[in-house]
Write a protein that binds this ligand. Structure first.
Ligand SMILES: NC(=O)C1=CN([C@@H]2O[C@H](COP(=O)(O)OP(=O)(O)OC[C@H]3O[C@@H](n4cnc5c(N)ncnc54)[C@H](O)[C@@H]3O)[C@@H](O)[C@H]2O)C=CC1
Ligand SMILES: O=C(CO)COP(=O)(O)O
Length: 413
């Protein structure tokens, strides 16, 4: 339904083009075509440029030019496939790959961040002051931002650096399955300023075009408020209904909640749990062992949220939404963190070596998250309160063996 008074449409940029980033571009591009009253047709996808060969397994392989490499962005724009990060999936022609991050985000009102979390700060710094001041972001990245001052959600890290509102999308979402249009669910946390949804401004709220954003993080007090520019009335409102239209597909079902902290933390912390599941599976210990570490992991995820994000996080987000228990389950069955951890134990190699050899440039998020969460827990003197997270860190460091997991996670009398 067209919105009364709205003359402009939202321009959407996907910041990232890995396995999930490219999948996100595909489904968002399908949705903008389905809602031409709300969104511009072209979806920009920022590509971290690389020279890539066309692999022999690809239908685009030509033995006569087998040694030739191509710019990844040019390949996406000509053959409409990301042969490195999402092979064998045809992208809609309204996905336009752009190797210039600032240009890809120019005039965009919706920025969807899908980068490995370690690259988010640098990319945001490149974008600062170069985006629409009223742009809104959704973070699909799974990770946390730990610095000297404490811990932040990735959505907060983006929001603070760009001075815009940032929600989060996370769920039981193995990208390749979604790219193949197999049914899956996700959770979108979007709790924007009231002006975005044209709700009547409550009495006593700021009358100017700026509103206060209360950051959900308790962990970094200085991150608690930023000034936001209201979305001009020429644009369709970014209500829950319209945000849902951007992501929901017949094969990708969206539930919208307001708990940005719960959604973000679920996605970040489950990657540590998936490593633990991979370690015990690699030992050949079977499904009961995997279920045991998943149970303890879910308890630690909830406890972490309550300890450090108590003002905002809802326990029900972990238990009832796709971004919680469901993501732990799918990640501990077929995720990259699980598979690489398992392979590392089976082959007796380090997980970092397995990542380098097996993932063809894709990045694990659980390893760096385990280190970041551990360094934060150390500053809080709380390593012992999170024995599974601490065990995973110590296994990665070589301080303990995966065989010690049962003893390490057993509650001390
Ligand atoms: N793949 C999946 O099934 C899912 C992934 N996610 C999350 O999405 C986020 C992004 O993951 P994927 O799209 O899977 O990426 P990926 O792991 O498949 O690919 C790595 C990406 O990083 C880029 N890159 C490499 N060096 C870079 C640099 N210096 N600066 C900027 N970018 C650089 C590469 O070009 C590539 O696009 C992660 O936080 C992940 O946890 C979330 C749900 C599902
Ligand atoms: O987040 C994911 C599934 O929801 C993907 O997990 P991996 O990064 O371990 O593949």
């Amino acid at each position: 339904m067209a919105t009364l008074g709205a003359q402009k449409k939202h321009k959407v940029t996907i910041v990232g083009s890995g396995n999930w980033g490219t999948t996100m571009s595909k489904l968002v591009a399908e949705n903008v075509k389905a809602h031409p009253d709300l969104f511009e047709e072209i979806v920009q996808m920022w590509v971290y440029e690389e020279e890539v060969p066309i692999p022999q397994s690809s239908k685009h392989y030509n033995p006569e030019t087998a040694n030739k490499t191509h710019k990844l962005s040019e390949l996406v724009n000509t053959i409409h496939e990301n042969i490195k990060y999402l092979p064998n999936i045809t992208l809609p022609s309204n996905v336009v790959a752009n190797p210039d991050v600032v240009d890809s985000c120019k005039n965009s009102t919706i920025l969807i961040f899908v980068l490995p979390h370690q690259f988010i700060p640098r990319v945001c710094d490149q974008l600062a002051d170069k985006i629409m001041p009223w742009a809104r972001a959704i973070c699909c990245t799974k990770g946390v931002d730990v610095g000297e001052k404490g811990i932040r959600l990735m959505s907060e890290a983006i929001g603070m650096r760009l001075n815009i509102y940032c929600g989060a999308l996370s769920g039981a979402n193995i990208a390749t399955e979604i790219a193949q249009e197999k049914y899956s669910e996700t959770t979108v946390a979007y709790d924007p300023p009231p002006m975005d949804s044209r709700a009547p401004t409550p009495k006593g709220s700021p009358a100017s075009s700026q509103v206060d954003l209360i950051s959900p993080s308790k962990a970094i007090p200085s991150a608690r408020s930023a000034r936001l520019k209201a979305l001009p009335s020429e644009y369709p409102p970014l209500s829950h209904e319209n945000v849902r239209k951007l992501f929901h597909r017949p094969y990708f079902h969206v539930r919208i909640v307001s708990d940005v902290a719960g959604v973000s933390l679920g996605g970040a912390l489950k990657n540590i749990v998936a490593l633990a599941a991979g370690f015990v599976d690699g030992l050949g210990w079977g499904d009961n062992a995997k279920a045991a570490v998943m149970r303890v992991g879910i308890l630690e995820m909830v406890a972490f949220g309550k300890a450090f994000f108590a003002d905002s996080v809802h326990t029900s987000t972990f238990t009832e939404e796709s971004c919680g228990v469901a993501d732990v389950v799918t990640s501990c069955m077929g995720g990259r963190n699980f598979r690489c951890a398992k392979m590392a134990i089976e082959r007796g190699e380090s997980i970092f070596e397995i990542e380098r050899k097996e993932l063809n440039g894709q990045k694990l998020q659980g390893t760096s998250t385990a280190y970041e969460v551990n360094s934060f827990l150390k500053t809080q003197g709380m390593e012992k309160d999170f024995p599974l997270f601490t065990a995973v860190y110590n296994i990665l460091e070589g301080n303990v063996k995966p065989e010690q997991i049962p003893d390490l996670i057993e509650p001390k009398q």
